[in-house]
Design a protein around this ligand. Sequence first.
Ligand SMILES: *Cc1c(COP(=O)(O)O)cnc(C)c1O
Length: 375
Amino acid sequence: MKIPMVDLKSQYTKIKTEVDQKIADVIEKVEFINGSEVKLFKQELAEYLKVKHVIPCGNGTDALQIAMMALGLQQGDEVISSDFTFIATVETIALLKLTPVMVDVRPDTFCIDPDCIEKAITSKTKAIMPVHLFGQCSDMDRIMEIAEKHNLFVIEDTAQAIGSDFISEKNWTKKAGTIGHIGCTSFFPSKNLGCYGDGGAIFTNDDELAEKISSIVNHGMKVRYYHDNIGVNSRLDTIQAAILRVKLPHLDEYNLARLKAADYYDKAFADCTKITTPVRSPKSTHTFHQYTVVLNNVDRKALMEHLNNKGIASAVYYPVALHNQKAFQDFKYNPEDYPVTDKLCETVLSLPMNTELDSETLKYITDSVLEFVCC
Ligand SMILES: *Cc1c(COP(=O)(O)O)cnc(C)c1O
């Protein structure tokens, strides 16, 4: 048996006829840039998310950068984000000469800790960038409260949580990425809604921001060759939009397949004290971009080797906290500020998670884990 982390081939096989036809149609019409499929995808994703505006772009990293450009953040402004995330989130902050202020995460959800956000706020703070990590929403009730109190922008990085619902204490439910001022996502192939190359999108309910974002993604112009803003070139290819239009109607079913696999894992590990299964927050549905456990007194490297010998992939997301990355050493973070991320980097392990896991495969994986862990 060979069990990968993601299985894009089996998923593709089920929609191959439709996808291949759509790709051929785009080529036939030579509508490579800003074709009709892009416009239709924009509308369909906006309907799915119940958000006013969706602006597609080249990838998730661009989406984050463009969001901060649209908000008019200036050199030296501080943006507070999570210390435990993929580099793209904070890389874009630094790239724009803003100051990335990384804070610790919650030990239960692995998402940014609102108490740490409050402590990190200074007169220079302009925005908070929560990351809905592994498919579960950050505590947007607290984050929006803090943002309102201190007059800050909120940019949600929802690259790993498209389709997740945030369930507010105040009796409303909204899709991840549609609560703050701007939401950003990625359609990287392995994401929950992945295309067959690079792709991304930006969401907002604010008409003015939407206009600014639409201009920035296209060289800062609205009328051709009249440039109102400093912009970039970041577009979603028509071929990718066509593929995403085939996949979007399957997104809920894909996320449900992930949830089912997660339920299987949870049950199998329920009695094992050496494995802490993912905590399900009552304030969010979980779309399990990753199924990530915390190991308690288990030799992680040896377990990964054991799984590898049995043909089972596993991965560590993330092995190095951002405050320890060489690229950020000039920002001089206090190493004592991150007890939770430091511990997570040493103890987390992600198991195969995708839309194609059947119970036979899951049994083989969980049996193999338990055989080594010996609970
Ligand atoms: C994947 C990812 C991104 C970046 O997306 P790309 O499309 O690869 O640029 C940003 N943030 C998080 C949390 C991600 O997982």
